[in-house]
Write a protein that binds this ligand. Structure first.
Ligand SMILES: [Zn+2]
Length: 76
């Protein structure tokens, strides 16, 4: 697979995903992702993107201003 931005090479890497919501910020750590070695563009597989959405939906109900969650935590 190559980067859709610059056609560079994608590398499997764990990255942090940050969701900046209206009333809170959620940081999801160690998310499996593909990072372009050329431009740094980060992309996620469909499964990972879906799981991130679930994590965000559940975590935003915790009503804290900043939440840090590990991707592998069983929040869903
Ligand atoms: Zn790229």
């Amino acid at each position: 697979m190559t980067c859709f931005m610059c056609k560079g090479i994608l590398e499997d890497k764990l990255t942090n995903f940050i969701a900046d919501l209206e009333n809170c910020i959620i940081i999801v750590k160690d998310v499996p992702s593909q990072v372009c070695t050329q431009c740094g563009e980060v992309s996620y597989s469909n499964d990972v993107a879906k799981r991130l959405e679930e994590i965000i939906n559940i975590t935003k109900n915790a009503l804290t201003e900043i939440a840090v969650v590990h991707y592998s935590d069983n929040v869903a």
